[in-house]
Design a protein around this ligand. Structure first.
Ligand code: NAD
Ligand code: MG
Ligand code: MG
Ligand code: MG
Ligand code: MG
Length: 333
């Protein structure tokens, strides 16, 4: 089945302009959605806890900030952009008591609905508008007149108009400028978790560390190992982003290209791919999410250990020093 794609002409901005929207959370995605919807003429309020550090920032940027409970009481479209493990509690405390017939709950990621951590009543529209990019890029692209592609999906269509509402919302944050793809909650969450674990975050991080360790354990200077295994990665990824693997191989030397063809498959082996399939099945079965929620509820003990180990890794120590000497590299987290 061909994918269904939607652009600006397929979406009617007046649909979301006729609703009252609550954006819960003002982090990476929350600030981008709230500001861009506001700029698109939508009635937005931001829901944050009274002691939230993000409050001052949102107010400075001209947004009205109320508590999550108040935001949900006022709104008939609620976009949930607090961290995934926190969403259950926010749903119980602020969202559920304020749901009325025909209201809509929106998500930026399908995790809580697909794995049934949140179970909204049947008289509510449940949809997703998930930009395929970090929130700060979502906002910057919108402000520059462009957009980041989005996925939309409808999990529950109580009004029969949930998809039009989701498309209208996606237009309000610039998504239909770049293209909106229709998907399901299941496909979004399973592919998103797989991509970040296996390729984008987990896979790349271990590849970088193992390469750096191999060079430094062989006696090469950490500074050289840093440039070779981390810094240059951006230059390579830029080429891949612009023109695929073909452009990358065209731009690097023939020696690099030949060496890559020969050695790459010795690093990512059939065993690696078998492990990828295992990870995918743990995601699909819900095992990964069960373990992550248990870790979160247990106080993040192992998470903090892993965080410390990464943050104190020798490549991070030398990288911090070197980036400090490169004024053009923005090291702000
Ligand atoms: P974040 O960690 O950057 O920001 C979370 C915000 O929620 C903060 O403003 C925080 O103060 C607020 N918050 C935390 N607890 C709260 C509570 N109890 N009540 C009210 N507010 C609370 O989060 P994020 O990375 O923007 O992720 C939000 C959602 O968007 C998640 O579902 C995530 O999977 C999804 N998403 C994120 C990205 C991304 O670019 N980071 C991309 C696609 C989808
Ligand atoms: Mg984050
Ligand atoms: Mg993700
Ligand atoms: Mg080289
Ligand atoms: Mg070449």
């Amino acid at each position: 089945m061909a994918v269904e794609m939607f652009y600006d002409d397929d979406a009617d901005l007046s649909v979301i302009q006729g609703r009252k929207v609550a954006v819960l959370g003002y982090g990476s995605q929350g600030h981008a959605h709230a500001l861009s919807l506001r700029d698109s003429g939508v009635d937005v309020r931001v829901g944050l806890k009274a002691d939230s550090k993000s409050r001052a920032k949102a107010e400075e940027q001209g947004l009205r900030v109320v508590t999550p409970f108040e935001a949900c009481a006022e709104a008939d479209v609620i976009m949930v952009l607090v961290p995934d493990p926190v969403q259950r509690a926010v749903y119980e405390e602020a969202i559920a008591p304020n749901l009325k017939d025909g209201d809509a709950i929106f998500f930026g990621h399908a995790l809580n609905i697909h794995f049934e951590l949140i179970k909204p009543p049947a008289n509510i529209d449940v949809a997703m508008v998930a930009p395929k990019g970090p929130g700060h890029l979502v906002r910057r692209q919108f402000a520059d007149g462009f957009g980041v592609p989005c996925l939309i999906a409808v999990a529950q269509d109580a009004t029969g108009k949930a998809q039009d509402l989701a498309l209208s919302y996606a237009k309000g944050i610039g998504g239909t400028r770049a293209g909106v793809i229709k998907t399901t909650f299941k496909d979004e969450v399973e592919t998103d978790l797989f991509g970040e674990q296996v390729v984008l975050c987990g896979g790349v991080e271990e590849l970088i560390k193992a390469g750096f360790e191999t060079l430094t354990e062989a006696g090469y200077e950490p500074e050289i190992a840093y440039f070779e295994c981390l810094h240059e990665l951006k230059l390579i990824v830029d080429l891949i982003y612009e023109g695929g693997l073909t452009k990358m191989n065209w731009s690097v030397s023939e020696t690099a290209e030949w060496g890559g063809y020969k050695s790459g498959p010795r690093i990512i082996t059939p065993e690696t791919k078998a492990e990828m399939k295992k990870i995918l099945s743990e995601i699909q079965s819900g095992q990964f999410v069960r373990e992550w929620i248990a870790e979160y509820d247990g106080g993040l003990v192992e998470y903090k250990k892993l965080y410390d180990a990464t943050t104190n890794h020798p490549i991070e120590v030398v990288g911090k020093k070197l980036r400090g000497l490169m004024s053009w590299v923005d090291s702000e987290a």
